[in-house]
Write a protein that binds this ligand. Structure first.
Ligand SMILES: [Zn+2]
Ligand SMILES: [Zn+2]
Length: 132
């Protein structure tokens, strides 16, 4: 941190006093919100975190869009999950991530997920999206 401040030139240093750092990553400077009366107003977060946040909120897995919902029990071993969003993941039986037909989708616990990844077969895991 101290090293970083040494490389900043004077105008950058002045600027960084007025311009807050992003509250999420604490690495980039906050994005400009708007300028009024010659005064620049900043957002609380940087451009990148703002973009990332928006993307994460709108990202929905393909199987969810077609109406499939995770089951609380594992379709492979019968494990009953208390936290399906954390302990169950969706697999495509034929390995085709575009085939979102309900007969092609299985709710699989993390234990079986590990076993499946070590055995040869067509099953493929749905790309992981947080909160799904
Ligand atoms: Zn940030
Ligand atoms: Zn299982």
């Amino acid at each position: 941190m101290a090293k970083n401040h040494l490389v900043l030139n004077l105008s950058e240093r002045l600027n960084s006093f007025m311009r807050p750092y992003c509250v999420i990553c604490n690495q980039n400077l906050a994005a400009v919100n708007y300028i009024s009366n010659g005064k620049t107003r900043y957002r609380k977060i940087c451009y990148y975190c703002n973009k990332k946040g928006k993307k994460a909120r709108t990202q929905v897995p393909a199987w969810f869009k077609t109406g499939y919902r995770k089951r609380p029990t594992c379709d492979r071993c019968g494990f009953v999950s208390k936290l399906p969003d954390k302990q169950i993941t969706v697999f495509y039986v034929d390995g085709n991530l575009r085939n979102n037909n309900t007969v092609n989708l299985k709710s699989i616990c993390l234990n079986c997920r590990t076993e499946i990844s070590h055995t040869k077969g067509s099953w493929k895991e749905s790309p992981i999206i947080p909160d799904f």
